[in-house]
Design a protein around this ligand. Structure first.
Ligand code: ATP
Ligand code: MG
Length: 559
């Protein structure tokens, strides 16, 4: 029997390892965020890969906080990261770890390296260390501290731990090769002094391991089999291997690199995202314009759409940039199938049906989904005064305008055909209301005589509608590759948020819970805001428009 070809190189490696009985047939991966910011869409890819491989090969995936930089880390980030991973649909079970859980063991590993003569305390200043390192074209120079005795190194290292020295006085370095063509192998730092409290270990430590030292050893202690990371760590792999090969570790993980996810019209770097928050360009890390997982969540992106997207962008070893519309299309596809329909009028214009009885009302039973009867139906009230979208009426229709204008007949979706008879204008000439008549025989929206109307409008009944605030979001950046030509902070789209306060929505939407998603007919997909929406104050965020009109709109604007 043929086995299917693995869909990417990581799967091929794992299947090969399983065939060869490597790692006792275990598959154990980990997702290792540093809690120095909120997770973004790039991390979603890493989460889907690591948890997805564990799921598909009967293994497990650990969530490990890579918390070796106390100054930049915060429990707020820890909380958000856990919430985001769960929301994406993954579960680490009991396997929640922190690099800081291993600080004592890591210290003992460092002592072991010193005893073997493979690590030494270096007392050069940071500037000197840089100078001695050489460059890509020139070998480095040995530190004068390189030949310290094991005893002296052990003594200095224990005094570093005891807090006897100020920051920068000493570092612990691996003794590898100052002439290596790989700069990461030129006696890299393993420990530095930081007189900083740690969000997890408090004041216990004043020396902290460097990422490269902590990461591989944490992998080994957790008996990770496949340590999957992004390509920028490829140059660190020889160091990863060197450290594990010198020490007596309980397992021997292997590192594999894949291409990081980049998307146009946004940034996927925690440092840049933090700047957007700190400079008040967005309201918060979970502002719906942010490419953070919590921002996309608040915007209304379903977790299944993000997983689908991560699957579609695939895994390879060459860096690339993915089109934002691919992500938006995954969201549209998901919401087209899953989001109930509703009617909302964002910029209301009053339509008075003159031949409809004063004070009369009736209810239409409208399907919640055109293709999915299982989603049921709802009652939508109708009366003499209706709100339609202001731009669904014009006194002077341009060619191919099929919406309402004087003398024209249009369909009010699911209700009646109406014909415009007149307009009422205010003293300033502004249209205050549109007058029309309806044809009683067209109840449900179709004419018994078979006459066709070209335009169908969405509407809400003035007597039944409820007010709402609607936030229209656009892409956060105008530049396709923010930061490539100029400062990314100067390439913000000034129209990335438009808040509409006078909207009118159908009454059923008053029952929406935060995070409920809808298609507002003819307008797009919307989501009740996770934080601001409440029964007494309806707030909806536009998730995506119905079609990918964005690239065209931008071309028109710049033309
Ligand atoms: P950033 O560059 O945004 O600060 P980071 O790599 O420093 O990200 P970490 O918290 O260290 O953030 O990342 C956790 C894991 O997520 C790492 O294994 C990293 O390789 C992976 N990761 C980070 N950014 C991306 C991305 N854009 N695409 C895929 N994986 C990513
Ligand atoms: Mg990192």
């Amino acid at each position: 029997m043929d086995t299917p070809t693995p869909s990417n190189f990581l799967r091929a490696i794992i299947e090969e390892d399983l065939r060869n009985g490597k790692n006792e047939g275990r598959v154990c991966t980990r997702f290792p965020p540093e809690p120095n910011g909120f997770l973004h869409i790039g991390h979603a890819k890493s989460i889907c890969i690591n948890f997805g491989l564990a799921r598909d090969y009967g293994g497990r995936c650990h969530l490990r906080f890579d918390d070796t930089n106390p100054g930049k880390e915060d429990p707020v980030y820890v909380t958000s990261i856990k919430e985001d991973v769960r929301w994406l649909g993954f579960d680490w079970g009991e396997h929640l770890y922190h690099a800081s859980d291993y600080f004592e063991q890591l210290y003992q590993f460092a002592v072991d390296l010193i005893r073997q003569g493979k690590a030494y305390v270096c007392s050069l200043s940071a500037e000197e260390v840089r100078r001695y390192r050489g460059s890509l074209t020139e070998p480095g120079t040995n530190s004068p501290c390189r030949d310290r005795s094991v005893e002296e190194n052990l003594d200095l290292f224990s005094r570093m731990r005891a807090g006897e020295f100020p920051e920068g006085a000493h570092i612990l370095r691996a003794k590898i090769d100052m002439a290596s063509p790989n700069m990461n192998m030129r006696d890299p730092a393993l420990y530095r002094i930081l007189h900083q409290e740690h969000q997890n270990t408090g004041k216990v430590w004043c020396i902290y391991p460097m990422y490269d030292f902590a990461h591989g050893l944490s992998d080994a202690l957790e008996r990770i089999t496949h340590s999957i990371c992004t390509l920028e760590f490829a140059d660190h792999k020889p160091l990863y291997d060197w450290i594990l090969d010198q020490l007596n570790v309980p397992a021997r993980p292997r590192q594999y690199e894949f291409n990081r996810l980049n998307i146009n019209y946004t940034v996927t770097s925690k440092r840049k995202l933090k700047l957007l928050v700190d400079e008040n360009i967005v309201a918060s890390w979970n502002d719906p314009r942010m490419p953070t997982i919590s921002g996309l969540r608040r915007r209304g992106f379903p977790p299944a759409a993000l997983r689908d997207f991560c699957e579609r962008v695939g895994v390879s070893r060459s860096d690339s940039c993915v089109d934002m519309s691919l992500l938006e299309n995954c969201v549209r596809e998901n919401l087209d199938a899953t989001a109930p329909r509703a009617m909302a009028v964002l910029r209301p214009l009053r339509l008075i049906i003159q031949n409809y009885p004063e004070g009369g009302e009736e209810f239409f039973d409208l399907p919640n989904h055109p293709k999915d009867p299982d989603m049921g139906s709802r009652k939508v009230g109708f009366s003499r005064e209706i709100f339609i979208e202001a731009d669904d009426f014009t006194e002077t229709p341009p060619p191919k305008y099929f919406r309402l204008s004087p003398g024209r007949e249009v369909r009010l979706r699911g209700a009646y055909l109406v014909t415009c008879t007149d307009v009422i204008k205010g003293p300033d000439g502004k249209i205050e209301a549109v007058l029309c008549t309806y044809d009683r025989a067209t109840r449900g929206g179709d004419a018994p005589d078979g006459r066709k109307v070209k335009g169908t409008l969405h509407w809400v009944s003035a007597a039944h509608a409820v007010p709402a605030e609607v936030r229209l979001y656009e892409r956060l950046f105008n530049a396709e590759f923010p930061g490539r030509d100029g400062d990314f902070l100067s390439q913000i789209n000034p129209e990335s948020l438009e808040t509409l306060t006078g909207c009118q929505v159908e009454a059923s939407l008053a029952q929406a819970a935060p995070e409920d998603r809808f298609q507002f007919e003819r307008l797009g997909y919307f989501c009740a805001d996770r934080f601001d929406h409440a029964a007494h104050r309806l707030v909806f965020n536009r998730t995506v428009t119905l079609r990918d009109s964005w690239s065209r709109a931008v071309q028109e604007k710049s033309a």
